[in-house]
Design a protein around this ligand. Structure first.
Ligand SMILES: Cc1cc2nc3c(=O)[nH]c(=O)nc-3n(C[C@H](O)[C@H](O)[C@H](O)COP(=O)(O)OP(=O)(O)OC[C@H]3O[C@@H](n4cnc5c(N)ncnc54)[C@H](O)[C@@H]3O)c2cc1C
Ligand SMILES: NC(=O)c1ccc[n+]([C@@H]2O[C@H](COP(=O)([O-])OP(=O)(O)OC[C@H]3O[C@@H](n4cnc5c(N)ncnc54)[C@H](O)[C@@H]3O)[C@@H](O)[C@H]2O)c1
Length: 454
């Protein structure tokens, strides 16, 4: 007879881990099911190795730009050794033991839902009062003629590489494309980034895309906008990628940074009453409920595919199961691309505000022209901050920063947007001198009102 659990967690990436840990702590009988490695994409092939490998070049840039530091160099062997330590040498034995020690039943198998409250995980059939779907997402690899004849990578091969190629073409100009190009170029790879759109990071303000491009080119990346890859072929020991504008790029590796799709296919979700949208994302309500006693969290829901969202939704669902329901809200969530310098944003863009018919005022601050901190930080100071306010409501609704450490100090914009802190209070904020955070109060002094709102 199959074993019955209070909760079965299907997929143990960051979302599943947070939900399972919270439920175990509250004394629930939990089964955790993982077909690859506990920790998911983030821990082994995405966030953790990419941020670990972006840090050495980031530190070198900072050192080279600081007055009075000489002789800093990169050491790929040491950097990749530390990356291997950080990704646990692709071994999750400690995680399996850890969850078992907390009282979970750990099942390492590919699983699917076979009916309401019932799962098949390898040879094991189990039932549960609640099922949490946390199966994440996988890389989208578009059709490319001749791809089978050349060497292609996704994030998995890129961020676990033991050797770096001499030349690489990165296809895709969003977060993965920008971070991948930054990492490789800073480690000396000859990188071309091919992007079909007219701007990088198209979900952000166009100005952010322009700054991202400027800094990528500064790092030596050849950025090709408005170009599509149409064909690949082998040439000698390398390969050639042909683009739709008639040009081509010689390379050793082609890297796909072309988005991700929810892992929801053929997993039997519909047998438990779950519905998918046209992109395969699990439809959820604002409590992350996907059906009667079925919940879904993380990338598989298609709601902002970030680890911090997967973890947040894990907390929302565990608390709902434990009788403490509260709706999830997504205002002001930070979005950071770990470029050089960091590219951070929170809230909505001008185009989204216009679509919503809001009256807005905006401000941009060139940090080097206005603050002391960029000058104490580096000899050739960089950085910009943009703010967008709703003039009727008197609150901040959007912010972006392209600057050293922006991924840290964007959080005050994130909180201001989320907590709807009045602009008057933000004006009265006193930030530490000299800090990048001083930029907020100074930028607010620069607010420009659009004509129709005057
Ligand atoms: C290169 C790259 C860098 C990134 N960097 C960042 C970053 O810096 N910060 C950030 O916030 N986000 C980042 N992301 C996004 C982040 O990786 C995801 O948002 C996050 O991993 C989602 O977590 P998850 O728990 O939903 O899914 P996942 O991490 O995908 O985990 C899902 C788990 O479910 C398992 N699974 C799937 N199907 C089954 C099945 N049928 N049976 C059993 N197990 C199954 C999988 O094996 C996997 O372990 C990055 C993504 C990429 C590609
Ligand atoms: N620091 C972070 O938090 C971080 C870092 C990396 C990734 N992520 C998340 O992971 C997810 C995946 O990132 P991503 O950059 O792969 O995806 P994305 O969906 O944001 O961007 C995909 C890019 O590929 C391009 N593209 C898609 N199909 C193409 C085709 N056939 N030919 C040419 N170009 C094509 C798109 O135009 C787009 O620029 C994102 O949601 C991102 O937020 C987060």
């Amino acid at each position: 007879m199959e074993e019955h659990f209070d909760v079965a967690v299907l997929g143990m990436g960051p979302g599943g881990e947070v939900a399972a840990s919270r439920l175990l702590k509250a004394g629930r009988k939990v089964a955790v099911i993982e077909r690859e490695l506990i920790g998911g994409e983030c821990a082994y092939w995405a966030c953790v190795p990419s941020k670990t490998l972006l840090r050495p070049p980031d530190a070198r840039t900072a050192a080279n730009r600081a007055a009075g530091v000489t002789g800093v160099s990169l050491d790929w062997a040491a950097a990749s050794d530390y990356r291997d330590y950080m990704i646990r040498h692709l071994d999750d034995k400690a995680q399996v033991d850890g969850y078992t020690g907390q009282g979970a039943t750990v099942i390492k198998a590919e699983a699917r839902i076979i009916g309401p409250g019932t799962l098949q995980a390898g040879d094991t059939t189990l039932t549960a009062d609640d099922i949490i779907i946390a199966t994440g997402s996988e890389a989208v690899v578009p059709e490319l003629e001749g791809a089978e004849n050349v060497t292609t990578w996704t994030n998995r091969e890129t961020f676990t590489a033991t050797e770096l190629p001499k030349r690489a073409v990165v296809i895709g100009g969003s977060a993965v494309g920008t971070e991948t190009a930054t990492f490789l170029a800073r480690f000396g790879v000859d990188v071309t980034l091919v992007h079909r759109g007219q701007a990088l990071l198209e979900r952000e303000e166009p100005r952010v895309g322009d700054l991202a491009r400027f800094h990528l080119e500064e790092a030596g990346v050849k950025v090709r906008l408005g170009a599509r890859a149409v064909r690949a072929r082998r040439e000698g020991t390398g390969s050639v990628l042909e683009l739709d504008d008639g040009t081509s790029v010689s390379t050793d590796i082609i890297i796909f940074a072309t988005g991700r799709r929810p892992r929801s296919k053929d997993l039997g979700f519909e047998t438990a009453g779950v519905t998918l949208n046209d992109r395969g994302a699990v439809h959820i309500d604002d409590h992350c409920r996907a059906g009667d006693t079925v919940w879904a969290i993380g990338d598989v829901t298609g709601v902002m595919p970030f680890t911090h969202i997967a973890k947040y939704q894990g907390r929302i669902v565990a608390d709902a199961i434990l009788g403490r329901p509260r709706p999830a809200t997504y205002e002001g969530i930070p979005r950071v691309v770990f470029g050089d310098p960091e590219i951070a944003a929170a809230g909505i863009t001008q185009a989204q505000a216009d679509e919503q018919g809001r009256s807005t005022a905006f401000a941009e601050l060139d940090l080097a022209k206005s603050l002391t901190r960029p000058w104490t930080y580096e000899q050739e100071p960089r950085g910009h901050l943009g703010l967008l306010t709703d003039t009727d409501e008197g609150i901040l609704i959007g912010a972006w920063a392209v600057s050293p450490l922006a991924g840290e100090w964007i959080h005050q914009a994130s909180l201001a947007i989320r907590a709807r802190i009045p602009i008057a209070a933000l004006h009265d904020q006193v930030a530490q001198f000299p800090s990048y955070s001083e930029a907020f109060q100074m930028a607010l002094e620069n607010l420009k009102y659009r004509k129709e709102t005057l």
